[in-house]
Write a protein that binds this ligand. Structure first.
Ligand code: PAF
Length: 289
């Protein structure tokens, strides 16, 4: 495994791999790697000749009141994980390397961004598409692996790739969960013991909502209400949102009649947790295994 810190070296390697007709699987991350990331790496390893992982905590996607400085980092652990997953190259640039000067051209996401997490994180997805545009040009992947835990991110990146003709395929990977259903996240370490215990109800609340659809309910309001009630009853978390939208277009609906996402974000004392389920008009899960 090779660790690369400069854009030039990473790009030269990617170019050579292209000339040699070797397929590149790429997993973009912000580090502090957990099983969710490992699953992405395993998929990349199984389906490509070469695997590149990037570790870069992207300041552009953090708002002024968000947790950039507190974002957990553990280089040694990340190195061990990438080694274990037989990653070929880890791209690990500094902020100065990625953003040496202010950008004369800015990217702005105008659809799929002003709902769910995007609503309370102004500019977040602009930062995500900006860094990914750079990273895609630097690593030149054939396939890029994203976790569906952040399904809005997958929807936005899907639009980026389609709208701007990036010659790569986005591979969405189902959310990895703890045994009790809690979605794995770097932010779970911030939960107190009591909060960790309650956090499992977030997933269960979404499942309650989905079950309504399985049983024939189509009213968005009724489904959303059920999820809100369940979370409020079972946890001391403060709901940021519970939304039911089409997927991947993320358009509002009154009735479930196509593929939808049922998603929530809940604030605990020191962590904001997100989760979602994507299912069709019969309540049948898509993507998730
Ligand atoms: O999902 C993440 O960790 C980040 O948003 C990503 C895709 C690495 C871009 O910085």
């Amino acid at each position: 495994m090779k660790i690369i810190t400069t854009i030039e070296e990473m790009q030269q390697i990617a170019l050579q791999l292209k000339r040699d007709e070797r397929s590149i699987g790429y997993v973009p991350t912000m580090g502090y790697l957990h099983e969710g990331h490992q699953k992405l790496m395993k998929e990349a390893r199984a389906n490509n000749d070469v695997v590149i992982v990037s570790i870069f905590v992207n300041p552009l996607q953090f708002g002024p009141n968000e947790d950039l400085d507190r974002y957990p980092r553990d280089e040694e652990h990340d190195r061990a994980v990438t080694q274990q997953e037989k990653v070929d190259y880890v791209f690990f640039p500094s902020v100065e390397e990625m953003y040496p000067e202010s950008h004369a051209i800015q990217l702005r996401v105008v659809e799929r961004s002003n709902v769910l997490c995007g609503k309370s994180r102004e500019g977040h997805f602009d930062g995500v598409v900006t860094v990914l545009t750079k990273l895609f040009h630097i690593t030149m992947p054939d396939r890029v692996y994203f976790g569906l835990k952040d399904a809005q991110q997958v929807a936005v990146v899907d639009a980026l790739v389609k709208n701007y003709n990036f010659p790569l395929e986005i591979i969405p990977i189902p959310t990895v969960r703890e045994e009790d259903g809690l979605a794995k996240s770097s932010r779970n370490v911030y939960l107190s013991v009591e909060e960790r215990n309650e956090a499992k109800y977030i997933y269960q609340a979404l499942e309650e909502g989905r079950q309504l659809v399985v049983n024939g309910e189509t009213s968005k309001d009724k489904i959303v209400e059920k999820v809100i009630q369940f979370i409020n009853e079972k946890t001391r978390g403060k709901i940021d949102y519970v939304e039911l939208l089409t997927y991947p277009n993320l358009k509002p609906i009154d009735q479930v009649s196509e593929r939808v996402i049922l998603a929530t974000a809940v604030y605990f004392e020191k962590a904001r947790l997100i989760d979602n389920l994507i299912f069709d008009e019969n309540g049948e899960l898509t993507f998730h295994h």
